[in-house]
Structures are given as structure tokens and as C-alpha cells.
Design a protein around this ligand. Structure first.
Ligand SMILES: Nc1ncnc2c1ncn2[C@@H]1O[C@H](COP(=O)(O)OP(=O)(O)OP(=O)(O)O)[C@@H](O)[C@H]1O
Length: 748
């Protein structure tokens, strides 16, 4: 802050206090004036004296305020403030009447008596010895909390994080953080290795500290998992650690050994290379492989007359299945686990529908699920039966933010009750979600996995669908024929051409696939502005808020999503005096903006209200990739509301805005599993690792009605010619081979 000032005074009144995040609005009386102060404050009460550092700001509704950045509070000393403090309810069990009696009897000495002489306190009418002891305890706790906050602030930890940290470690905070600040990176969401490292440096912890090196190694493995990998080659890991931590090689080796002994990492040999996993990911892959094997051990007899039933379905739906579809249908109902894969328009949905029909005719229960809300909705429409997101199917349970294992109500002890589960858009399912899903299935349940193996791998870690297929241990049926109806769509035909490395026709002969040639970034931006503001809404009858999605290969650069979002916000939702705004880090959010949730939040509550403001549905969980519109920014409560699809409204504390991004434009990677009526793709230049075929394939296959590519044909062809794949370090394939091969040897 540039205009930092210090104020000192007594908290006369607490006007608003959010107990969860500590956000507080209070009236402070200083020697000169009464000031409204706002900011995050841990456990302050009326009557307390504070010394706060911050700046004066002007709020458009509430006028001049003091925005607190850091503060210290002191137990009041004079009689008036002591009375005020005790009357405020700050100490459980003492209300205004008791407060008066205490202060009358002990005056300025009240606090010392409360803390040190509970037996004397008990001489006040209405206070038993037990109550006096309880009061002393609460008093002690508050003193500890104050000390802790001051301690954390000294190391530059913001108040918001101080509260999170205190809530986690309570009175052990100073011990834990003082001994090993790197614990913060493990335990507190939002504090990463870098912040913990800064705190450690301020505490004077040596660069060579083993705790530092261990935390650094875990950080690198976690960062790799955010990039989709379940392990890192050991040499890579050591090189990266050396570069980041600036410590000698031997120290990293030592840290790896300690981590291995503590079972936090594991190293395995694969084809003469050592690879190192965060132990959690090793177990996830192993569990998934074992569970697939267990489920696949069940074979189910085909019902007699199945061919006749398939003929019936062909007759009623007036189609004739090709051989692969027939195979998929029969294998689907008779195998414990099967994968059905194919590109767009190859008849996957038609095949699933027949499987469901045949299973239901046998009186079996079939459940349908997909990884995202949009994909589940599409599955519901395409099958005429209710499909759910995998998260909802597994019933999210309220989760302690640091408990990664108990996210769902459904698991091995409370499995899903069904005879078959069909999972669509399986290319998006990462190893973590696959593990949770499989935990909830008992052997004897059929698992039918449907997806397009040529889509980009999941955003989360692992390469589940591809690994299962390429392990060659699980029954797979590939659908390849593009059916007549699908052939009429240039989107589908071009997608298949792109996927097989064939150049596409860009002459705009078909009316659903357009190419607009522009050779500079500025010209592309101009074109996209016109397209989204006027041309496409007129032509496609939808807007950027409900149908048009810009998809870019990258985040950075003029045509990356960060800049596109700024430009499109200015064009489609410009500043307006009636719209509240909030700047968080570098992003400006405005009421009416289109936004996307960028991480899974299993605890965020949502509600659906009807026109009369009655809640008609509610639940918890908002997930990576969910898109919505900011419906309210409340500068008084410091909260922001987003209305997601299906009218779910979730409320974000300002401190959690790191979970949101503007979403006029999103990366192609993030768009997986979603479909939009209209997709606009700017393509000019970019890092060669992103100008690859399956990125273009994924982008094009996201469109239901129209694709518009704005940019250079040479870039499009360069992408089609580039069949490199984004590298994913995952070993599910290997684990499946091991599990299957070991088990079959055991049986022999
Ligand atoms: N055996 C068949 N004979 C004729 N038409 C078929 C056959 N199977 C599917 N179709 C038709 O082909 C089109 C694409 O089929 P379907 O929607 O099942 O494919 P899909 O693989 O699920 O596609 P997408 O991934 O794009 O949703 C549909 O219009 C469907 O009716």
C-alpha cells in the first residue's frame, strides 16, 4: 500500500463479523475521531485497544473507511474499556450483568484476577468455581491467539492465512511453524512451497535444512501432478530440485531417502530408468489396476435370444448396427469391464442406448455418469435417462479441507447399488476420480467405459482411458465408421480428417465450419470482438454468455486466454456504474462477467432458488471447469456470487477468488468434455508444443453447431501435421499389465 498510516484506538462497536473468515467491520474511537475500520481480524472484541496499519479508502456506499492490513490488539487497561470488553460477550459465560459486577469488585485489576485467581473470581455473585476456571481457560486461549497472530504477522503472513493456520494448529501454531515452516506448505491450502520458503528464510532457517529440501521435492512432485503427471523421472526430479533449491546433489538424495522411509515417495525401476512418485499417486494407480482386474473377473451369460432382441432394436430404431457396434453391445452386457471408444459420430451413444435397453430388459439396474455437468446433461438428453456427474453419483461428503481421502459417501463400505455403470467422456477422468469411482463399485457390477481416446488427456493427473486401452488387458471395442447422418456435418468430417493427419478444406463450402483469414494478432482480436458482439449472436442466435465459447491453445500472449478475457470483458461487459467490481490479484471481476471455477472445491455450497426466492435444491461441490456468471459482488460482506448452469448459485469469500477465472475465453485443455453450440478458435502462432494435432482435434470436437477458426491456414496445417502428443508421465498401463500378468500366473 502506498498511503499507509497507523491508527490507535479502542474498538467501540463491532458492526459486522464473519466468524469463518474473520472479516470484520468495526467502529474504532481514536483520540481524534471515530473511524469505521474494515479488514480481517482474528478474535477481536469491543473494548479492545488496537494498533492498526492500513490506508484510508473511499467506499461508494459507506464512505470513508480505514482498510486494515495488519494490526495488534491489546487487552484493555482502563475501567471503561474493561467493562466494554467483558460486556461484549468476548468471554463465553460472561454477559453485561456479570461484567458490571466483576469490574465493580476488581476494577482495573479484573483481567489479572480472571486469568490468575479463578478462586477470587468465584467470589463474585453468579460465578461458581467451575465457571471461573472455564472463564480463565477461554481468557488464556484468547491471549495465545493474539500472541500467535502477532508472531505470524512478523513473518509477513497475512491475516487471512493467519486465521487458517491458527484454526489448523491452535495453540501449537508457534511451535509447529517455528520448528518447520515447511509444514505450512503441506497442511494449509493456499500456502505453497515458495511462501513457506520465504517465511523460513525470514526465520533464519538455513538453505541446506533437510526439511527445506524435503518440502521442495514434494512441491516438485505435486507441481508435476498439477501438470498431469503421476511421477517424475528421478533424474529430472533431482535436476529440478537442484535448480530450484540451490543445494548440493547429495542433500537431495538424502531428502529422497528420508521421504522414502517416511513413505511419502516411492522410487521404481522402469526400463532401466528410476522414476519417483508421490506415494499417493503410486497407490492410486495400483488400486485402480487391481480394482479393474477384480471387476473384469466377472463374466455374464448372454441372455438367450439376444440376437433377436438386437434385431428388434434395429427394427424399432430403423438402423442396422455395424459389426463393431454389435460386438460392443454383446461384450458390454457380458463383460465385467469394457471400453467402447470412437471419434465423433461413430455411434457410441447409439450403442450405449442399446446396451441400456438390453440390460433393463433383463431387469437390471443401470446407472449413468460423466465427469462434468455438461457431459452428464448431454448424456441425459442422448439416452433419455438420468445421468449424473461422477461427483454427484458418489455423493460428496463434507470434507475437512486437508482430508483428501474421504471425499465421498460412496466407497467400499457403502458401494453403489447397481448392476451396471456406464461412464461417458472417460478421457476426462483422472486417476484420482477413477480411484474414487472404482472404490464405490463391487465386483459383480459391470463397468462400461465410453470415450474418445484421441481427445486430450484429463486435466487432472494420469492418462486413464489411454492407459487402459493400451494395456491390452481390458476388453476394448473401437468404433470407426462415421454414419451417414454424421457425415453431413463438416465439423465431424473435419475432426476425423484432423485426427488422421489429413488437411481440411478451408474454402467455407459447408455452412457449419468457417475459416476467416487474418494474419496479425491485432486483426484477429478485432475480428473476434465483432464476431462475439454482433455477427455470431445474429447468425447463431446465442451469445458469449450462453453458447459461444472462445478456445485458445494458450494462456499467455495477445491471443492467449488472459488477454482475450480482458479484451472480451471490455467489449461484452464494459464498466458500468451499476455493476460492482472486485480486483483480486491481477484479475478484475465485474458483475455480469462469465467466469470459470478452476479447481475442485468439494465443500463450496450451492443453492437453486425459484422465482419466489425459495430454495428448491441445494448441495455442495463446485468443480474444475464449471462455468457461470457473476450475479453479485457484495462489497460489504466481501462476497461474490456466481450463478452456474442449472441455476446453481454459489457464494465465494473474496479470499477464495483464486478459484475463479474469467471465461469468455478458456484454454482448449480446460474445454475438454464440454460442448458448446459455437466455438471460435484464434490460431496464429504459439509454442510448438501446443501447436499439435490433438489440441486442434479437441477444440473442433467441442462444437455442436458451428466452428469458426480465425487466423492463418498455415498454422492450422502445421497443427494437423504435428502428431506429437503432450507428454504425460503415468504408469497405469504398466500396473495393469503387472496385476493381470501376476494374477494369471498365480492361477496357472
Ligand atoms: N448403425 C447405424 N446406422 C445408421 N446410423 C447410425 C448407426 N449408428 C449410429 N447412427 C447415427 O449416427 C449418428 C452418430 O451416432 P451417435 O450419436 O451414436 O455417435 P457418437 O459416437 O455418440 O457421437 P458423438 O461422440 O459425436 O456424440 C447419429 O445420428 C446416429 O443416429
Amino acid at each position: 500500500m502506498e498511503n499507509q498510516q497507523v491508527i490507535e484506538g479502542i474498538i467501540e462497536e463491532i458492526i459486522y463479523k464473519n466468524e469463518n473468515n474473520g472479516y470484520c467491520v468495526c467502529e474504532v474511537s481514536t483520540e481524534e475521531e471515530d473511524i469505521t475500520c474494515v479488514g480481517t481480524m482474528l478474535s477481536v472484541s469491543e473494548g479492545e485497544q488496537i494498533r492498526a496499519v492500513g490506508e484510508y479508502v473511499s467506499h461508494h456506499t459507506y464512505g470513508r473507511q480505514f482498510q486494515i492490513e495488519t494490526y495488534q490488539s491489546f487487552i484493555p487497561k482502563d475501567r471503561h474499556s474493561v467493562l466494554r470488553y467483558l460486556s461484549s460477550g468476548a468471554i463465553k459465560g460472561i454477559g453485561p450483568a456479570l461484567a458490571k459486577r466483576i469490574v465493580k469488585k476488581f476494577g482495573d485489576d479484573s483481567f489479572r484476577i480472571i486469568e490468575e485467581e479463578p478462586h477470587t473470581l468465584a467470589t463474585v455473585k453468579g460465578i461458581s468455581e467451575n465457571k471461573a476456571r472455564d472463564v480463565a481457560e477461554v481468557f488464556y486461549e484468547q491471549r495465545e491467539m493474539r500472541k500467535t497472530v502477532i508472531f505470524l504477522q512478523e513473518y509477513g503472513i497475512s491475516l487471512t492465512y493467519s486465521i487458517k493456520i491458527y484454526n489448523k494448529y491452535k495453540e501449537r501454531t508457534m511451535d509447529i511453524v517455528g520448528n518447520n515452516p515447511y509444514k505450512l506448505a503441506e497442511d494449509i491450502i493456499g500456502i505453497g512451497f515458495k511462501t513457506a520458503d520465504e517465511i523460513a528464510m525470514k526465520m533464519g532457517i538455513h538453505r541446506d535444512s533437510i526439511n527445506r529440501v524435503k518440502a521442495g521435492v514434494m512441491y516438485l512432485l505435486n507441481r508435476a501432478s498439477i501438470n498431469g503427471h503421476t511421477y517424475l523421472p528421478r533424474n529430472d526430479l533431482i535436476d529440478k530440485a537442484e535448480e530450484m533449491l540451490l543445494v548440493p546433489y547429495e542433500l537431495i538424495e538424502n531428502a529422497l531417502i528420508e521421504l522414502q522411509i517416511n513413505k511419502q515417495v516411492i522410487t521404481k525401476e522402469v526400463d532401466d530408468n528410476s522414476i519417483t512418485y508421490n506415494m499417493m499417486f503410486y497407490h492410486l494407480e495400483l488400486n485402480v489396476a487391481r480394482k479393474i482386474y477384480d471387476l473384469a473377473q466377472f463374466d455374464y451369460e448372454l441372455p438367450s435370444g439376444v440376437d433377436k432382441e438386437i434385431d428388434d432394436i434395429e427394427e424399432t430404431s430403423n438402423i442396422s448396427f455395424d459389426d463393431y457396434q454389435k460386438e460392443a453391445i454383446k461384450e458390454g452386457i457380458s463383460n465385467g469391464v469394457i471400453v467402447i471408444t470412437g471419434g465423433p459420430g461413430t455411434g457410441k451413444t447409439t450403442t450405449i442406448n442399446s446396451i441400456i435397453e438390453l440390460l433393463e430388459r433383463q431387469g437390471l439396474d443401470v446407472l449413468l455418469a460423466a465427469p462434468t455437468g455438461r457431459a452428464a446433461k448431454r448424456m441425459t438428453e442422448a439416452t433419455g435417462r438420468q445421468a449424473q456427474t461422477i461427483h454427484r453419483l458418489l455423493e460428496i461428503s463434507f470434507m475437512n479441507s486437508d482430508d483428501n481421502n474421504n471425499r465421498f459417501e460412496k466407497h467400499e463400505d457403502n458401494p453403489l447399488e447397481c448392476d451396471a455403470l456406464i461412464v461417458d467422456e472417460a478421457s476426462m477422468v483422472d486417476i484420482v476420480l477413477m480411484n474414487s469411482l472404482l472404490k464405490a463399485l463391487i465386483p459383480g457390477t459391470r463397468l462400461i467405459i465410453v470415450g474418445d481416446k484421441d481427445q486430450l488427456p484429463s486435466v487432472g493427473p494420469g492418462n486413464v482411458l489411454k492407459d487402459i486401452i493400451e494395456s491390452k488387458r481390458v476388453k476394448v471395442v473401437k468404433l470407426e465408421k462415421i454414419f451417414r447422418q454424421a457425415r453431413e456435418s463438416a465439423i465431424i468430417m473435419n475432426a476425423h480428417k484432423i485426427n488422421s493427419g489429413e488437411h481440411i478444406d478451408l474454402s467455407n463450402k459447408k455452412s457449419d465450419f468457417f475459416y476467416i483469414k487474418r494474419s496479425t494478432a491485432a486483426a484477429i482480436l478485432e475480428q473476434i470482438k465483432t464476431l462475439t458482439k454482433t455477427r455470431l449472436p445474429k447468425f447463431a442466435k446465442c451469445s458469449t454468455f450462453d453458447g459461444i465459447q472462445i478456445l485458445s491453445p494458450m494462456r499467455k500472449g495477445l491471443l492467449g486466454t488472459i488477454n482475450l478475457n480482458k479484451v472480451l470483458q471490455e467489449t461484452l461487459n464494459p464498466p458500468n456504474k451499476d455493476k460492482n467490481e472486485k480486483i483480486f490479484r491481477d484479475i478484475l471481476f465485474r458483475e455480469g462477467d462469465k467466469v470459470m471455477q478452476i479447481k475442485n472445491n468439494y465443500n463450496l455450497a450451492w443453492q437453486v432458488k425459484n422465482d419466489y426466492n425459495f430454495t428448491i435444491d441445494e448441495g455442495i461441490g463446485v468443480f474444475n471447469g464449471d462455468i457461470g456468471i457473476i450475479s453479485e459482488i457484495n462489497q460489504y460482506t466481501n462476497k461474490l456470487k456466481v450463478k452456474f448452469e442449472d441455476d446453481k448459485v454459489a457464494e465465494y469469500e473474496y479470499a477464495n477468488l483464486e478459484e475463479l477465472e474469467l471465461a469468455y475465453a478458456v484454454t482448449i485443455h480446460k474445454s475438454q468434455g464440454s460442448e458448446y453450440p459455437v466455438v471460435v478458435i484464434p490460431l496464429l502462432t504459439g509454442p510448438s508444443m501446443l501447436l499439435i494435432r490433438n489440441l486442434l482435434y479437441t477444440a473442433v470436437t467441442r462444437a455442436k453447431k458451428y466452428v469458426v477458426i480465425v487466423g492463418l491456414d498455415t498454422t492450422i496445417y502445421q497443427m494437423i501435421d504435428n502428431d506429437k502428443e503432450i507428454e504425460r508421465y503415468s504408469t497405469l498401463q504398466l500396473r495393469l499389465k503387472e496385476v493381470y500378468d501376476t494374477m494369471s500366473e498365480a492361477i496357472i
